[in-house]
Design a protein around this ligand. Sequence first.
Ligand code: CP
Length: 345
Amino acid sequence: MDLFGRDFIVTQEWSIDQLRAALDLAAAMKRERFHPRFTGILKNRTFFMFFYNPSVRTRQSFECAATELGGHAQFLQPEGMRLKTATTAGETVEDAAKVMSRYAAGIGIRILEDKVPVYGAGNELLREYAKWATVPIINMADDKFHPCQGMADIMGWAEWFGEGSGRPNYENLRGKNFLLTWASGALARSWCSVQEAMIIASRFGMNVTVARPEGYDLDPEVVAWTKANCEANGAAFRAIADPEAGYDGAHVVYSRNWVTPQAYQDGAFQKAIEQKKSAAHTGWTTDARRMARTDNGIFTHPMPVDRGLEVTDEVASGPRSAIYDVAENRLHVQKAVMALTMGNI
Ligand code: CP
């Protein structure tokens, strides 16, 4: 599978065979984490990590990934780079991308929420870097997509429905019921993780139910992709406004707060308004009573978890919680993506 030089901006733009190549390599890397055939793949090479927003998992897992492949990850923040913006003079994306390409093996970018003026602008910036860079651009979460999270999600679920750690079975996910439910929460989350989860679940043949209060629809284009993926796989898609019904027969439950389509107004992310709107909807927390309605389902979440609002402690830390497995998988899938797009493999 030749993925050398490819950008990774959304999983929908890679074929199933390409995604499987990365996932299979990730599983091998998880089983034999420090095997010599993996530890020199990025020897002497540097990966730039360009963060507009904060992160725990993404920064740490990419940094570990570069180290474990024999390379190095360099942490960059825009405030230290004199870049041109809508309101300030500075270096253009074209110049920054072309120069960074002369140094690094790849460039990861995170930009979302309050760092963009309008929905989609973060994704557009990644695509602008991808246009000018001659090395792969890896999406470390923009305002639309979070492909590395989606890969870690599907790998984790396939491990739970497969033979355990490092032994995922993707065929077993076909026909399983995926519940993506909006949840109460104080953090006003962007759409990137939930949209990526919906896309990847549907690519791998799962039935998708999106439960949300009226007014919390996701990006219509991404919903259309999800429906098309479901149709291509003979799976079902439904959107419901009931906080309970989606749990019946679910195999994977993903509860997460997200903002309304009106989150961007007057060129800014309206966090306080979204928090107020969110607080008006009660009864959208995943708890043990609801999980008992599932078909022995697992609980999944990209983290950070808003405990007590998105999900109870009992479920998040319970025996059917996949959250730490998924978080660990960020490391393995990113190693695989970096190896295939930037490495000597
Ligand atoms: N899931 C995720 O991307 O976590 P961070 O925001 O901590 O990187």
